[in-house]
Design a protein around this ligand. Structure first.
Ligand SMILES: [Zn+2]
Length: 449
């Protein structure tokens, strides 16, 4: 069968390459999932949305897709949170994972096909580490097992760093038992108060990187199609994962495409607690920003560019989605131009431009089916656009009609001004109608009547 080609940006080759799954008709992809100790911040949602759109496209084009997104539920950040709060580790990880699921679903992301937890794959991690010791790629020292970076020629290729640069740039305190300062931990000892598992090297716990190497191998095999995450994971996490996996199974190749998304900015600045512009997905949802609006804003920037979250973009997105939702009808099929854009390195801003074009033609069925490939205009995401803002606009319009009937022109004018300020376009005629104009923000009408 002649299949349309999907092209993706591979971080290892540093170019956009044609994608062909290793197994025909079966796409296997792995996304590094959350470390569950705190609410997901806004930036954490970006790679989840990217992989969700990619999985939707792959499911459209291929018979079978296995999308794995892990949960890191053993990590020193979790241990530290438990120590700070005096809470049980399991309570923290379960609660945080529940939040993560809720927040990602609110942004319109479908669940991955498999969601392995690191603590369920400890035997596979131990087995992989034993193999790396046997092959001379790792060594035991003082209850730790370390990966010897000097044993792998390809180390640094993914992140584009030379070992010398890394050593010069490293600010880590070098443990005396390391043979090389860049050697990293595969296994470390646990004291009585820290989660631990029996191993050939004593009671201990895995390092973060080996978790993903073991889980991806167990669920997707020694080689699979796409591995991704935020570009903050490129080094050291993905560099180290790749070194471990390529040494554990030489010749298998591990991931054939590495897909990384750029970072998130807020109003042009890096999100940080010290700048006071740090917020979680839940913060935005609680402020009343609909999940679909957040998703639209994310997708309006290509994943390979920094995405600037601004309130102005959110307001604009809300107005667009509201109009499109009024137009959308069931029963269409995605427009070929939209599929073409998606297959071209997940060009979501290009898709949105096409959606604007389709909306102008008035074809609501094609619009809805096409937007559905982005997870937009789907019925389960639309509750926000129903009565709630319409209700407040209607109430103000009704008050204006009453004021006019009572010849209270001052009040009628004041209400009209309030409607204009909220971006409502009043279409007077037989009964006052209205539509959402640019900058539509019904919250501005709160308290007007
Ligand atoms: Zn990972």
């Amino acid at each position: 069968m002649d299949r349309p080609t999907i092209r993706l940006r591979d971080s290892l080759r540093r170019e956009v390459v044609p994608f062909t799954p290793l197994e025909p008709d079966h796409v296997r992809m792995y996304l590094c999932g959350p470390t569950v100790y705190d609410r997901a911040h806004l930036g954490n949602a970006r790679n989840v949305i990217l992989f969700d759109v990619l999985a939707r496209l792959m499911r459209h084009d291929y018979a079978r897709v296995t999308y794995v997104r892990n949960v890191t539920d053993v990590d020193d950040k979790i241990n530290a949170r438990a120590a700070e709060t005096g809470r049980d580790i399991r309570d923290i990880t379960e609660e945080t994972l529940g939040w993560f699921h809720d927040d990602m679903a609110a942004l319109g992301n479908l669940a991955p096909d498999v969601e392995p937890r690191a603590t369920e794959y400890i035997p596979q991690m131990i087995e992989m580490i034993e193999g790396l010791i046997a092959s001379g790629n790792a060594y035991e020292a003082e209850g730790h097992v370390l990966f010897a970076v000097g044993s792998y020629d390809g180390y640094g290729k993914l992140s584009g760093r030379s070992l010398d640069d890394m050593i010069a740039g490293a600010r880590v305190e070098v443990a005396p038992y390391k043979r090389d300062s860049m050697d990293f931990v595969l296994w470390k000892p646990s004291d009585d108060g820290t989660p631990g598992w029996d191993s050939p090297w004593g009671r201990g716990r895995p390092g973060w990187h080996i978790e993903c190497s073991a889980m991806s191998k167990a669920l997707l095999g020694t080689s699979f199609d796409i591995h991704g995450g935020g570009n903050d994971l490129l080094f050291p996490h993905h560099e180290n994962e790749r070194a471990q996996s390529c040494c554990a199974d030489p010749g298998a190749g591990f991931a054939q495409i590495w897909l990384h998304n750029e970072m998130l900015l807020v109003e042009g600045r890096k999100m940080s607690k010290s700048l006071g512009n740090f917020f979680t997905v839940r913060d935005l949802l609680d402020q009343g920003v609909p999940g679909e609006v957040i998703r639209f804003v994310f997708l309006s920037t290509h994943y390979s560019k920094p995405m600037d979250w601004t309130e102005a973009k959110a307001r604009e997105a809300e107005g667009i989605l509201r109009k499109w939702r009024e137009l959308a009808t069931e029963g269409g099929t995605p427009d070929s131009s939209v599929l073409k854009m998606l297959r071209d390195d997940v060009n979501t801003p290009g898709v949105i431009a096409e959606l604007h074009r389709i909306a102008k033609t008035g074809d609501g069925a094609t619009l809805a089916a096409s937007a559905g490939l982005l997870g937009l205009l789907v019925p389960e995401m639309g509750a926000w656009a129903e009565a709630q803002p319409g209700g407040i606009v209607e109430a103000v319009l009704e008050a204006r009609t009453t004021a006019r009937a009572e010849k209270d022109w001052a009040r009628a004018d004041a209400l009209r001004d309030a409607l204009v300020a909220a971006g409502v376009v009043v279409t007077d005629g037989k009964g006052a109608g209205w539509e959402a104009g640019p900058g539509f923000d019904p919250s501005k009408l709160e308290g007007v009547v």
